[in-house]
Design a protein around this ligand. Structure first.
Ligand code: BTN
Length: 273
């Protein structure tokens, strides 16, 4: 099927006044945009380099999973940051990028986009219908940091948004995945969405550089908090109440035996969905 390509000229023009987005790299097909961005970063590319592709042949998700997106349907974008943060604070970049992505989708659709710990964007597919919530995933973020001695050398935030993936192709994605078009009932201009995303990231990153911590707003927007959840790590599966997230973005889970577990990497399923 022929699909619209991203309009690179329009995107470049919309970001021309930006001081962050100096280098937007657009490719038809790559292995993983995160890998391209990492290679550029290792070669000294500046902060604000963004790599965008129509297709990934080896897209990666968290926990060594694959990230599948039909060519020309999605936003596959990796952003290079060189922040003055401690390594344990790198999750702040994930926080600000997930909020920027949720807001960018929200501006072009009437969808209420929620965040799910640690870095998913989800919607309640029941819409305004009564009944139990049915959470589906619209987007995911893969953040990878590189250290130089004990400091952050660079951080790559890879954002994958299922934008115009039609209903019939959702089965090729991960279980529970949905797309913006499937939920909103109309296709969305991917170029406009990318511009909206990058402008919001720039704004939020500026605030971070001025000392603002995105943690409070991010934690307030997590659909996961205060709920009974099932948490799976590589080693174990835990049931409990997601009580909060600490300053480094770790999930604080009150388990059935009353103890408080601190989890940095895991999968969370909401008990009601
Ligand atoms: C997840 O939900 O597990 C994270 C998915 C992240 C996917 C994006 S798509 C752009 C970038 N390149 C990759 O290979 N992965 C991220």
């Amino acid at each position: 099927m022929d699909r619209d390509q991203l309009d690179v000229d329009l995107i470049a023009a919309a970001l021309a006044a930006s001081s962050l987005w100096q280098d937007l790299i657009y490719r038809q097909s790559v292995g993983s945009t995160n890998d391209v961005a990492k290679e550029l970063a290792s070669g000294g590319a500046p902060e604000g380099t963004a790599v965008v592709a129509e297709e990934q042949t080896a897209g990666r998700g968290r926990l060594a999973r694959r990230w599948v997106a039909p060519p020309g349907t999605s936003l596959l974008c990796s952003i290079l940051f060189r922040p003055t943060l401690r390594p344990t604070q790198a999750h702040r970049l994930t926080m600000l990028c997930s909020m920027a992505a949720a807001d960018a989708i929200g501006q072009l659709t009437s969808l209420a986009v929620h965040l799910k710990w640690p870095n998913d964007l989800i919607v309640d597919s029941r819409g305004s219908e009564p009944g139990p919530q049915r959470w589906h995933k619209l987007a995911g973020i893969l953040t990878e940091a590189e250290l130089a001695r004990d400091n952050l050398d660079f951080v790559i935030v890879g954002i994958g948004i299922n934008v115009n993936v039609p209903h019939e192709e959702l089965v090729d994605l991960a279980p529970g995945a949905t797309s913006v078009s499937a939920e909103a009932g109309h296709e969305v201009d991917r170029s406009a969405l990318l511009v909206g995303l990058l402008k919001r990231v720039e704004n939020r990153y500026g605030r971070l550089q001025r000392g603002e911590n995105p943690h409070q707003e991010w934690s307030e927007r997590l659909a996961t908090l205060g709920r009974e959840v099932r948490v799976r790590t590589a080693e174990r599966s835990l049931l409990g109440v997601a009580e909060g997230v600490d300053a480094d973005g770790a999930l604080l889970l009150r388990t059935e035996d009353g103890s408080l577990e601190r989890l940095l990497a895991a999968d969370v399923t909401l008990a009601a969905g």
